[in-house]
Design a protein around this ligand. Sequence first.
Ligand code: NAD
Length: 323
Amino acid sequence: MTRPLRVFYNSLGTPEMYKLIRSRMGAGLSLVTLETDEDSERRAKIADCDVAIVAAKPLTAEVIAAAQRLKLVHHQGVGYHDTVATEALTERGIRLALTPEGTTIGVAEHTLLLALGAARRAAFADAELRQGRWHVNALRPVSVELFNKTVGLIGFGRIGQEAAKRFNAFGCNCIFFDPAISEPAGLPATMASFEEVVETSDILSLHLPLSPRTKHLIGKAEIARMKQDAILVNTARGGIVDDVALAEALAAGKLLAAGLDVFEGEPIGADHKFCGLPNVFLTPHISAGTRDAMGHKMTALFANLARFQKGEPLNNEVALVSA
Ligand code: NAD
């Protein structure tokens, strides 16, 4: 009898989550899960696993070193740049695959939620109403519509393009900057330079990975060049935006509002500067975290593991190259 493929789940989940994951698993697989968030348990359990599934919790070089049988790392989303120690995979020829299925639509929809929530100060209005304060008129001078606004998207891959389609449905004019796109024909936005996107957008939305090159891409200088009364939306990654500079600009009224799902140093606490600002709409890194998304992700991920078991080419494999 052949040994089942042992699949390690690198993030600490809930029993309900593990149940959902197991419900999508194919034959010949055995899921190994954590009971604590301790790296000692992680290293012990991954030691005899063939595959690791990565979500928000980073798979570090130390954990990979303990995984002597590891052949494949499967990210359950797409943001591997800051969650997988890829050099450690490259050294040992361990493969890496992603799961855009289930991720793209959830994040694109969440982008619209954050843009609308920020434009209408929805979180502030809700919190105030629950305290008995009925701001029927107070929000009029600071509340805006999406219609006819210029939306600038930085990063125009899977999520950026789906977000643009949804902004278009609201009557926005979408422009994008993405150095990887040279042929913009047929895309749901017009190509522009980085400067033009930063300087002319009413809503600036980020859809690119965090890397050493994109850290603080939107910093104090870029925020200063943004339109007075612009809205910044970040569903991509904390660290792409300089949060200190952003909080200062929002407090000073330089920007109208921000809608943020991701932050530098997650999780942020109630004492974070953003939490005291009425013009910020905040969510705790949940853009891709819907029940629908989890089901789609796991179905696609286990279909890929079935290909792996049969020695077939994988979908969404990342071509890793040595640094
Ligand atoms: P993708 O790879 O399809 O697209 C990313 C695009 O960003 C690429 O086209 C790339 O060329 C572009 N890019 C890279 N560097 C750039 C730069 N300096 N300036 C402009 N563009 C640049 O990825 P995707 O599926 O669209 O995901 C985008 C990002 O969304 C991911 O990297 C991830 O960090 C983030 N994400 C967040 C969540 C969440 O829960 N908040 C969930 C999934 C993904």
